[in-house]
Design a protein around this ligand. Structure first.
Ligand SMILES: *Cc1c(COP(=O)(O)O)cnc(C)c1O
Length: 401
């Protein structure tokens, strides 16, 4: 055990099982630890560092905005945030943005807005349909602890109805919506923590249909799939869905905490001053970084470059699946959000992750046996080949005997 591990254990609550390396700095697509070892970062802090580390556009925005002001509160007009909101709306669907500090807070805002809709315009409807194994955040609903009636009003208690539907089970979705009359359906276009599981075209089409015909709110959690990760700014843009509500976070702040929702025209008129808010969000610095991320994605062509890199990565992975059918069950996901579903035990896959770490390649494991890749969109062909060659050799040496 190294010194940092010892101190971490002594002073930080163990809510996560950590890798045994302490990070000193990031450099492009690499992380460098306190012993000077370099790691190709195929995880980007869980889909956050879309541009890799210490990207010049991010550093420029940090310096420019950092010199101006870091925090002003919501009492003032916030030019970097207004600019970011405008660009998000112009590159998705007509509506308005509420900014938050994290993904879970974006979910909280979404719950409150849906609830407000139920009370005003969605009379007779209640509850939210979500998918089995979906992940939308970890807060318990801070409202339960807030005891100021003007703040909690009659916003949702923790016991508002939730209906769980199996991902891609079209019949179950139809049945639940007909019998329960839910107010909203909320899905991740690709379930992230649920094992990198894309929703099928048929399922998404049915969802869109039901929402239109039954007057149900169509909601997408793009916290992980957004910011160019799947090849378009948001993943729903490759489906026929027309969201009423979109949740974003993770990549948007260029490494700083930032999240929020885009509310379409069915919802954008509902929140009134006092209905929701937070001290920090939108952080002007996070918003400035968000604008820098959009500059690089939309104006400097990284979205397109990322698509090309992803295509090469997918070609290499598909070839590996053909070569090692007894080890690789399936490659799932889209663009730079990839799950390599294996036929090996959780112990073997965890060992693979640690062995790769020793070789200087950082991959993640989710759903126990899925190797999860969330690379930066700046990943190069050479870096892709290095990873694919390493995986090929590892499988041949360790698993194919
Ligand atoms: C990470 C994630 C969240 C929660 O975001 P936090 O910033 O960790 O609170 C919500 N939904 C999805 C799809 C996520 O991937």
């Amino acid at each position: 055990m190294n010194e940092w591990q010892r101190l971490d254990e002594q002073y930080i609550l163990p809510t996560v099982s950590r890798l045994p390396i302490a990070i000193e700095r990031g450099e492009g697509n690499y992380l460098i630890d306190t012993d000077g070892n370099r790691y190709l970062d195929l995880f980007t802090g869980l889909a956050v560092n879309v541009l890799g580390h210490s990207h010049p556009a991010i550093l420029r925005a940090l310096e420019e905005q950092g010199k101006k002001f870091l925090h002003i509160s919501n009492l003032f007009l916030n030019p970097p945030a207004i600019r970011l909101a405008r660009r998000l709306v112009e590159n998705s669907f007509p509506g308005k943005v509420y900014f938050a500090n994290s993904g879970a807070e974006s979910t909280e805002a979404a719950i409150k807005l849906i609830h407000k809709w139920i009370r005003t315009e969605g009379k007779g409807k209640d509850g939210i349909v979500v998918l089995k194994n979906s992940f939308h955040g970890r807060t318990l609903g801070a409202l339960r602890l807030t005891r100021q009636p003007s703040v909690y009003q009659d916003f949702p208690r923790l016991d508002f109805p939730i209906y769980e539907v199996e991902p891609n089970d079209v019949d179950e979705l139809i049945r639940v919506c007909e019998t329960k009359r839910p107010a909203a359906i909320l899905v991740e276009p690709i379930l992230g923590a649920g094992g990198v599981l894309p929703l099928s075209g048929a399922f998404l089409e049915t969802m869109g249909d039901i929402c239109r015909k039954q007057h149900i709110l169509c909601c997408v959690d793009e916290i992980q799939t957004g910011m160019g990760r799947t090849g378009t700014l948001f993943a729903y843009q490759q489906t026929g869905l027309q969201p009423d509500l979109l949740l974003f976070a993770k990549g948007i702040g260029g490494g700083l905490p930032l999240g929020g929702i885009i509310a379409g025209h069915r919802l954008s008129h509902l929140f009134r001053p006092g209905d929701h808010g937070t001290t920090f969000a939108p952080s002007p610095l996070s918003a400035a970084l968000g604008n820098a991320v959009l500059d690089v994605l939309l104006e400097e062509g990284l979205l397109e470059k990322g698509r090309q890199a992803a295509e090469h990565l997918w070609n290499r992975l598909r070839a590996l699946k053909q070569k090692h059918p007894d080890v690789i069950r399936d490659i799932r996901g889209k663009g730079m959000m990839i799950g390599i579903h294996t036929k090996r035990s959780p112990e073997e896959i965890r060992r693979l992750m640690l062995d790769f770490l020793k070789e200087g390649i950082l991959v993640n494991v989710t759903a126990r046996t899925v190797i999860r890749l969330l690379p930066p969109l700046t990943l190069t062909r050479e870096e892709i080949d290095r990873f694919a060659d390493a995986l090929d050799e590892y499988i041949s040496a360790r698993f194919s005997a």
